[in-house]
Design a binder for this molecule. Sequence first.
Ligand code: SF4
Length: 268
Amino acid sequence: MVVRIPTSTAITRSAPEGYGHRSKGSSEHPQIASIVVNTGASSEERAIALESLCAEANRCELCPQLVASRSQVVFGSGNADAQLMFVGEAPGASEDRDGVPFVGASGKLLGDLLAAIGTTRDEVYIANVLKCRPPENRDPRSDEIGNCSHFLRGQIELVAPVVVVTLGNFATKLLREDDAGITAIHGQAELRSFGQRSVWLYPVFHPAAALYRRPNLELLREDFARLPKMIADGAPQQAAAVVLKAEPVPGQETHPAPESGAPQLDLF
Ligand code: SF4
């Protein structure tokens, strides 16, 4: 099924305006259940598809308890064409208020760690395992992680980074599909594939853990210090692929024909 892109959709290399901000009830974007992305898709094509995925998340009500507790969906922020992507756990109170991941004390530390390796949060892409704040900042539940993981996997495919840094246990266990704890495996890069995209998966401590335990902070700094060389060495070899397309949401199998001149992503 072809994804029709509205003619009004802006094309940008950075995350489109509105990322992380909820447009409750909006239906201006096509609804998609999953995205298969060609590794040869341009940054503009991927940014458009990422915006569609963000719109889908903004409408998502798969986790009733989180829908009741959230102020807004916190999809992600930063450069939609980043070489370096970070994945945290879930929005907290500050993130839920601002609609942006990693603000507050953990966000400040992340910013400091990025500055130490010569980059900024505008140049990287940041997301969470869950897009909605759990009540009382409780841990994400397994059913919620299962509900939400297709958004994160779609983000990885569409941003197409060289390195995905998992911050803490929740992101690490989800993306490694393994129960190994962060203390045992931090700082060890692994080749992992998400759809058509192969990346270096790189687990490190969550900044919040480093704030409360000084030894973790030193380990986190050491792990961050390896990132520039990993980026310079480049992405793993990618599998060949052909099309950028989406599976329809049940009940929405048929999309309307595009307006004249509207781009179609099955062309790429
Ligand atoms: S956490 Fe994810 S799956 Fe659950 S309601 Fe929010 S966006 Fe939907």
